[in-house]
Each structure stands twice: as structure tokens, then as C-alpha cells.
Design a protein around this ligand. Structure first.
Ligand SMILES: Nc1nc2c(ncn2[C@@H]2O[C@H](COP(=O)(O)OP(=O)(O)O)[C@@H](O)[C@H]2O)c(=O)[nH]1
Ligand SMILES: [Mg+2]
Length: 246
């Protein structure tokens, strides 16, 4: 619980057997985090078995993709405050407390991994990735009149349940470029967003998105395409669940 609010942590996991248990332990901050959800996205290794040795709730998402895994985790989460993270050693559990502190004033709190002082020596955040993440984030910021944004791809973030419920029916991206869609939908819905600097460390195990130049380029271009295309997209009407009767 954090100030009377239940806190959920969601881990999308595709072949993360090496660090999943440590990640669960690290993020399960006593007295603060109420549940940890591991979304096993068709892992071919022992991710699910390792996670099952802990009190975390493990769900299987068969639709392959980072975005699908995160969306499933958010739908499974029961908390009032939902924190997204990765179980690969890149994020530090105690940084969740930074997100929670800002969640008192903002409905969505995104981490940024581009603060030089917080990038660890072994982290996969060389100058190209750093400038690339920053530039795409700035494009989003300018086109959608956002707050100051400096990272378009940081999984570590928090959203209030109420804000999530306003946008989750509009998610369309199941692949690696999901995160900017979440921010665009939030900004378009008038949800308050802030970015805070977090630590970024080296990864345990193999990176599946930004581990090579091709992956970086593919995800970057998809993100840019998404950010530009949303400018011309009308938000579809809200599903008709609470429509007022005449
Ligand atoms: N790439 C990828 N990652 C997935 C998938 N499903 C879940 N994930 C998780 O999404 C996170 C991001 O992937 P990762 O390999 O760390 O990419 P990186 O952060 O760019 O190095 C990790 O926690 C993965 O385990 C999937 O289908 N593809
Ligand atoms: Mg990662």
C-alpha cells in the first residue's frame, strides 16, 4: 500500500529465467507493493517455473509481443497504482518509490533512462540510443503538447487505475513500439503526465528489442510512424458502456 492505495507491479517476460526471481524480490518493496504479476509471453525457457517459485502471480499471454504482454499485465493488475517494469536487471526496485512520490500529483509517471548521471557503465544506452530516444520523445512532446519528455521507450512507469481505464480500450500496438501510444492516448485524454530520472543498468540475459542496431532502427522507425500517424487519427468513440440515456 502507498498512502492507502494498492500497488501492483507488472513484468512482461519473454525468456527471462536468469533474473526473474531476483527482479520479483527487488521490486516487491515490503509494505508498499501488494502484488507482482509476471506475464509469461510464450517463454521457451524456465521463466514461468522460476516465477512460480515466488508469490508472484504468473499469467500466460499467448499473443506474442512486448505490447501484448504489457496490456495483459495491466488488465490483470488489481492495484490502484500500476507500475510497469522489466525483469532483466536494467531497472532498480527502489526507483519505483520515485514514481510513487510523483504519483501523488500526476496520473501517469514515466521514468527516463537518458539522464547521463544515472546510466550505469554496462547499460545499453550508448550515444546513439540515448540521442535517438531523446529525439523521438521530443517529437512526441512537441506534436502533442506534452510535458518535458526525454525518453520514448522506458518501460518503468506508473499509471493510476482511473487513468488506465480511460485509455486501455484504445490500445492498438502489440509490438515493441507500444510505449509512445500509451503516452499519446494519455495526453489526448487530458491525463497529467510527468517524467522522472531513473537508474539504467546493464541487462542480465539477451536483449530482444534494442540488443542490435537492426532492432533499434526497427523500433525507432515504428515509434516515429506511430507518433506521426496518431496526429491524423481521430480517437474512436468510447465503448458504449456508460452512455447516458435520453
Ligand atoms: N522483445 C520482446 N520482449 C518481450 C516480449 N514479450 C515480453 N517481453 C519482455 O519485454 C521486455 C523488453 O524486452 P528487452 O529484451 O529487455 O528489450 P530491451 O529493453 O530493448 O533490451 C523484457 O522484459 C522482455 O522479457 C516479446 O514478444 N518480445
Ligand atoms: Mg530490457
Amino acid at each position: 500500500m502507498y498512502q492507502g492505495k494498492q500497488v501492483s507491479v507488472v513484468f512482461p517476460a519473454y525468456n527471462e529465467e536468469q533474473y526473474i526471481r531476483q527482479a520479483i524480490e527487488d521490486f516487491w518493496i515490503p509494505g508498499v507493493v501488494d502484488e507482482v504479476i509476471v506475464v509469461n509471453n510464450n517463454s521457451r525457457d524456465r521463466t514461468a517455473e522460476e516465477a512460480a517459485k515466488t508469490p508472484a502471480r504468473v499469467v500466460l499471454e499467448t499473443k506474442q509481443g512486448y505490447g501484448h504482454a504489457l496490456q495483459r499485465g495491466m488488465r490483470e493488475a488489481r492495484g490502484d497504482l500500476i507500475i510497469l517494469a522489466e525483469p532483466d536487471g536494467t531497472f532498480i526496485g527502489r526507483d519505483a518509490l520515485k514514481l510513487l512520490a510523483y504519483a501523488e500529483d500526476f496520473q501517469m509517471v514515466c521514468g527516463t533512462r537518458t539522464t547521463r548521471e544515472l546510466i550505469w557503465a554496462e547499460a545499453n544506452m550508448g550515444w546513439f540510443l540515448r540521442v535517438g530516444n531523446w529525439s523521438v520523445a521530443k517529437l512526441l512532446q512537441v506534436l502533442y503538447s506534452g510535458p518535458s519528455l526525454s525518453d520514448c521507450g522506458c518501460t518503468l512507469r506508473l499509471i493510476h487505475r482511473q487513468a488506465l481505464e480511460e485509455i486501455q480500450d484504445f490500445f492498438t500496438v502489440g509490438k515493441s513500439h507500444f510505449l509512445p501510444e500509451m503516452v499519446i492516448l494519455a495526453l489526448r485524454a487530458g491525463i497529467s503526465v510527468i517524467e522522472v530520472p531513473i537508474n539504467y543498468r546493464g541487462r542480465v540475459g539477451e536483449s530482444k528489442i534494442t540488443g542490435n542496431f537492426k532492432g533499434v532502427l526497427r523500433t525507432g522507425l515504428r515509434m516515429i510512424g506511430l507518433i506521426l500517424s496518431y496526429k491524423f487519427k481521430r480517437l474512436p468513440a468510447r465503448p458504449n458502456t456508460h452512455s447516458a440515456k435520453a
